[in-house]
Design a protein around this ligand. Sequence first.
Ligand SMILES: [Zn+2]
Length: 246
Amino acid sequence: MSVLRRVRPASRSRSLRLGSAGLTALLLLSACAYAEDGSVGTGPDSGGSSQSGADELKTDIDTSIRTSESYWESFFESQGGQFTPVQGVIPYDEEGDGDCGGEPFVLNNAFFCPVGNFIAYDQNFIAGQYQAIGDAFVYYLIGHEYAHAVQDLLGIQHRLTIQHELQADCMAGAYLGDSVRADVLAVEEGDIDELLTSLATVGDQPGIPWFAEGAHGTGQQRTQAFAQGYEGTQGNGSALASCLSS
Ligand SMILES: [Zn+2]
C-alpha cells in the first residue's frame, strides 16, 4: 500500500487524481472514522506489508524530505523569497541522544527544532507507525514537521499551540495535495486511508482542552485542517494561501 511511495516522471504518471469528489469522500471518511468513540477508525489492511523493510522506509523518508524541500523552494521562489532548507533530518533511538535548545530528545516523537534548524525523529517510533499504518504516515509526518520549519522561516507565530499545529497540518496537506496534482507524488491504493489513520493517530486524547499548552487538535480537527490544504485551489485562492492566512 502506500500512496505516495514513488516519484514518477510526469509523462508516466498514473496518479489517482483526487478532485472535489475525492475530497468529499475524504471528509466523509474522516467524519465516519471518529464518529463513534473518538478512537482510530478501521486501520488500513495493507499497512506494513512484508516488503516494507528498513530500506523502503528510508527511501520514503528521503523522498518525503526531498519533495517537501522542492515544494517549499518553489513556493518561496514564486513569492520572490529565499528558501533555506533545514540543516538536517536526524534519526535517534534513545532518549537524550541529542537536544533542542537544551531540551533532550524524547522517545515516540518527531519535531522541528528552530534553535538548530533541524528535524529529528525517533526512528523506532516512525518505523512502528510505518509498519502499523503504512508509508503515507511518513509523508504526512515529514510534511508536518517541514511545515513547522517553513512557519519559522516565514516568522509565523500563533498565540495558541493548536493554531500553529493545525496550520502545519493544513500546510502538510497542501504539500501533499499539490505534489500529487503536479505528478510529483502518486497516490496509491490505500494511501488515503493511511492518511486518515495517521491524522486520527496524532490527534489529542479526549479531555485535552483546545486551549491547553501543547494541544494539537483532535483527530477530526487535524483531518479537517489537512483536508483544507489537500483540497487544492478553490475559487480565487490556492489552498496553501488559505492555510497561511489562518
Ligand atoms: Zn507539530
